[in-house]
Design a protein around this ligand. Structure first.
Ligand code: FES
Ligand SMILES: [Fe+2]
Length: 470
């Protein structure tokens, strides 16, 4: 990896680094978890109008969302020929359809006659017949029928297939790109795809899907999940087992950023806790969260053992019981830690063997002031058993609390409630700014700054390509 112009250690919290914590673990440190590329990204203030200015928002639509890979759904959402779901972004609507066993297409959901959406609910169809005047397309997008064909001399001899967006795949996810000339997804996400090989994401199913509308710009919403030190003020109850200030941040490539936070060690912001106290805290959390304990898990910490190593071992046993696979090889970090990877512009995928959180953020329709956040939980398909059906979406409106989804999210509901509790006030505060600027920390908010630099880069390149000035 390229370590040129790394941010220096003097810029970090003086506590142990993430790697130093991993050196004391029960398994060797997997190489991919070590710190990678940490370029100097600067310390300049960033103007707040990018969070609410409609012109900026329109440029994002034109130059960022129109040219980036976006996760649209899972392959398990459309397992059979004819199955389709709808993915919407900034007023665009796409039908993601399986038109053959090995073929998925993404059609613009707009009738070529007078524009009606062809479908408004997901389903299974072998042709798309517009409900307005009955013009019909086959599910591979080719034109089939015009009931008033005699009156359309202008269409004679022309191809009236449905226009398509580009489709690509990774880890059981289906991505789309509105740019028909986009380079393959793999070129953008290679570092993530390489690291995730070991987790076999295609063999996971969506166990939970909650979608929340948020009173906050999509970027400020995403930023709430790109660093760990907000836990100190926002989630103080988790500090006994979260190495927040020890977190590691890096940028494997321009489209993939990561941060890793250790679990099973206490926050450097707290007075030192004993291993027994950390272990008691973690086992006291019961069966909620990502690391369910087995019913018969021993709840005393063996002499000389650390809370982190012991919790990882209990997590290995519980997961083996649940899935039928062995996790003997799994590093403690892969059983315990918050290992967040982001793919620009808008998804985050948690690595690890325990259930994986997936986040997706996007604008809510054409509104820069509200966003949609999806939270999914992927679990390993149990060995030698039929693949469980994927969970369908559970929707939370702008004013619905996450507690309404606690039957799905367990103890995570309170964490998301705490995060979301900030966000309307973040948005209002950005608008209320007396300086017109926000400031990002040099190392631990590097991912956020880089995210904004990428938006700027796409906008500059797009504008240059279009012969426009920003
Ligand atoms: S708008 Fe679709 S058939 Fe007329
Ligand atoms: Fe949070």
């Amino acid at each position: 990896m390229n370590h040129t112009a790394q941010v220096g250690r003097h810029d970090r919290h003086p506590a142990d680094t993430y790697e130093q914590i991993l050196e004391r673990d029960s398994r060797p440190v997997p190489d991919y978890l070590r710190e990678g590329r940490v370029p100097e990204v600067g310390v300049e203030p960033v103007a707040v109008d990018r969070y609410f200015d409609r012109k900026f928002f329109e440029k994002e639509a034109r130059y960022v969302w129109s040219r980036t890979w976006q996760m649209a759904c899972r392959e398990e959402d459309i397992p059979n020929v004819g199955d389709y779901v709808i993915y919407e972004i900034l007023g665009k609507s796409l039908i993601i359809a399986r038109s053959a066993p090995d073929r998925v297409q993404a059609f613009y959901n707009s009738c070529l006659h007078r524009g009606r959406k062809l479908v408004t609910l997901q389903g299974c169809k072998h042709e798309f017949k517009c409900p307005y005047h009955g013009f019909t397309w086959r599910n591979d997008g080719t034109f089939k029928e015009n009931p008033i064909g005699w009156d359309f001399p202008q269409w004679e001899g022309t191809d009236q297939s449905l226009p398509e967006a580009k489709v690509d795949f990774w880890g059981g996810f289906i991505f789309i790109n509105l740019d028909r000339h986009a380079r393959p997804l793999a070129e953008f996400i290679k570092p993530l795809a390489d690291d995730f090989d070991r987790f076999d994401f295609a063999n996971r199913y969506r166990a939970v899907w909650v979608q929340k509308k948020v009173r906050c710009n999509w970027k400020a919403t995403a930023e709430a999940f790109m660093e760990s030190h907000h836990s100190m003020a926002t989630h103080p109850q988790i500090l006994p087992a979260l190495g927040d200030a020890n977190s590691q941040y890096d940028l494997p490539n321009d489209h993939v950023s990561r941060h890793f936070s250790a679990s099973g060690v206490s926050s450097p912001f707290l007075p030192q806790l004993s291993e027994a106290e950390i272990f008691a805290y973690m086992t006291g959390q019961g069966k909620g969260g990502r690391r369910a304990l087995a019913d018969d898990a021993p709840l005393t910490l063996p002499e000389g053992e650390t809370a982190r190593r012991q919790m990882a071992e209990l997590a290995r046993q519980a997961l083996a019981q649940e899935t039928g696979y062995s996790y003997e090889h799994a590093a403690d970090a892969e059983m315990l830690d918050a290992l967040l990877y982001n793919v620009f512009p808008n998804i985050s995928v948690w690595a690890g063997y325990v259930s994986n959180l997936i986040y997706r953020w996007r604008p809510n329709g054409l509104d820069p002031e509200t966003a949609i956040m999806d939270v999914m939980i992927l679990k390993a398909c149990p060995k030698d058993q039929p693949r469980p059906a994927p969970a369908q979406v559970f929707e939370l409106g702008l004013d619905d609390p996450w507690a309404n989804a606690s039957h799905l999210l367990g103890g995570l509901a309170i964490i998301f409630e705490q995060d979301m509790g900030n966000l309307p006030y973040v948005h209002e505060g950005l608008r209320a700014s007396g300086t017109g600027f926000v400031h990002f920390a040099r190392y631990s908010e590097m991912r956020i700054r880089h995210f904004h630099k990428m938006i700027d880069r796409y906008m500059a390149e797009g504008a240059a390509g279009a012969g426009e000035t920003l």
